[in-house]
Design a binder for this molecule. Structure first.
Ligand code: FAD
Length: 443
């Protein structure tokens, strides 16, 4: 661990006193959610000295549905996380419910991804990932809240300022900082990286219920026919019931209402929906654990650029949740790995234009992976999902066709082989390839 006393730090904003001490690293990662812990793990694996800073102390809650698709399982496998250990609940696929229809779609058997999903409460999941990063060599500082980026005269990030309860504010220095601080995006905002105000904001709410009847289900259940409370209009989103395997289920709903329709009262929509479920499932007030909690979903690359002046945005801080299905854990982990690769490469190059080029490659690579797919998803969200939810795509015709259902499921969860191996791959990969690639913005 490199720890020095600093005489070059700027005075702390609140006290006016210079911060007492400085810790240094090659890379600072702010936030130990899936994005930050994955980035820290991959950096540590590459032999980089990495400091992982987290404002909470583990284990801690995070409002989430706790559902992991095969893309997320793939990232866990790449990190060597022991997913055979007790506590991981496997899923075989999805069950979609719409009106009188109820269909099961197994996760596809692809060459590139596993054919199963998982669920695990974020209370455990984030703790496991953070500990995994530490075991690989990352230095975790939890209970430390980052308050601002530190910059030099040219405006380049040189580290972060942070506070720990009961201690003097401190400055932590590194030539590269990864912002994995979630939807609040404090670091990005401090550098003037606002979210795209033209894009609608999705919100989601969840609650745990004791439900032995549903807790061991093999399928992640999704309801596509929820309505605005007290109205006939379909809610632009879906509800979920995810088995936790420990006697509980994670139940919630997410919505992306078009501006024209105003916001949706998620709590009321949840109550109205759960009243429709069979009594035996136990999704009633007396079986609830804790309150309904909700949070925003930053979707479809809604913040740009993903790299500027020494700062890389990863996961929710870069608006990386999929606009197709609201999934963000796999995306946060994959982006964390890509950010780590680019940062490790940059550190191997001399400071200056060559290092900058390597760092600028991060948004280029993210755009190459998801730019077209997200552009198409943002258009689908604007034109279809935010107005009528999934009803237009989950119509009677699609629900009655196993082929179309499998194709839709793979489109929504971005599960194809490349190069294509079957007809569905061919259709989906071709459609996405036809979308013009978005420009990578620089600042
Ligand atoms: C209700 C709901 C349900 C969802 N369900 C699913 C689902 O089932 N499957 C799925 O894949 N995705 C789901 N998502 C999305 C998913 O939760 C996020 O996309 C994912 O958590 C993003 O990971 P992240 O690491 O970028 O951010 P986060 O998980 O938010 O982690 C950010 C971390 O940074 C820390 N932090 C923040 N500010 C600071 C600071 N100033 N200093 C230090 N630390 C800081 C936070 O404490 C936190 O630990 C859901 C989201 C919601 C709201």
């Amino acid at each position: 661990m490199r720890e020095t006393t600093s005489d070059r730090s700027s005075p702390d904003e609140r006290s006016g006193r210079p911060p007492a001490s400085t810790e240094e690293a090659d890379v600072i990662v702010v936030g130990a959610g899936p994005a930050g812990s994955s980035a820290a793990f991959h950096l540590a694996q590459a032999g980089v000295d990495v400091l992982l800073m987290e404002k909470s102390r583990f284990p801690r809650e995070k409002v989430c549905g706790d559902g992991l698709t095969p893309r997320a399982v793939y990232q866990l496998i790449r990190m060597g996380v022991d997913i055979k250990a007790p506590g991981w609940m496997r899923s075989r696929g999805m069950r979609w419910v719409a009106g009188d229809h109820r269909v099961h779609i197994d996760w596809p058997g692809l060459g590139r991804y596993p054919d199963f999903g998982l669920s695990r409460s974020r209370h455990d999941f984030d703790d496991i990932l953070a500990r995994h990063a530490v075991a690989a060599g990352a230095r975790l500082r939890d209970g430390v809240k980052v308050t601002r980026p530190e910059t030099d005269r040219a405006g380049r990030v040189t580290g972060v300022g942070a506070v720990t309860e009961g201690q003097e504010p401190a400055v932590y220095r590194a030539p590269i900082v990864i912002a994995a601080d979630g939807a609040s995006a404090r670091l990005a905002l401090a550098l003037g990286l606002e979210r795209d105000r033209n894009r609608q904001i999705a919100t989601a709410a969840r609650r745990y219920y004791h439900s032995p009847e549903r807790s061991e289900e093999e399928y992640l259940e999704l309801w596509a026919d929820l309505r605005f409370p007290g109205s006939d209009r379909y809610l632009p989103g879906y509800g979920w019931i995810f088995p936790m395997g420990d006697g509980r289920v994670n139940v919630g709903l997410g919505a992306l209402p078009h501006r024209r329709y105003g916001t949706a009262d998620l709590r009321a929509a949840l109550d109205q929906w759960l009243a429709r479920t069979p009594h035996g499932w136990g999704l009633r007030e007396e079986n609830a654990e804790g309150p309904v909690r909700s949070a925003a979903l930053p979707l479809g690359f809604n913040r740009h650029p993903l790299y500027t002046r020494g700062l890389l945005l990863v996961g929710d801080s870069g608006g990386m949740i999929s606009p197709w299905n609201g999934e963000g854990i796999a995306q946060a982990m994959e982006a964390g790995e890509v950010a780590a690769e680019n940062a490790a490469l940059a550190l191997a190059l001399p400071q200056g234009p060559r290092r900058e080029r390597a760092l600028h490659n991060y948004p280029v690579e993210m755009n190459r992976r998801w730019g077209r797919y997200y552009r198409l998803g943002n258009a689908a969200a604007d034109l279809v999902f935010s107005r009528s939810g999934f009803q237009p795509v989950l119509n009677r015709y699609v629900m009655g066709s196993p082929f179309l259902l499998r194709m839709l499921a793979r489109l929504l969860s971005n599960l194809t082989d490349q190069p294509s191996r079957d007809a569905i791959d061919h259709v989906l990969n071709t459609v996405v390839r036809l979308v013009p690639a978005p420009q990578v913005r620089r600042r």
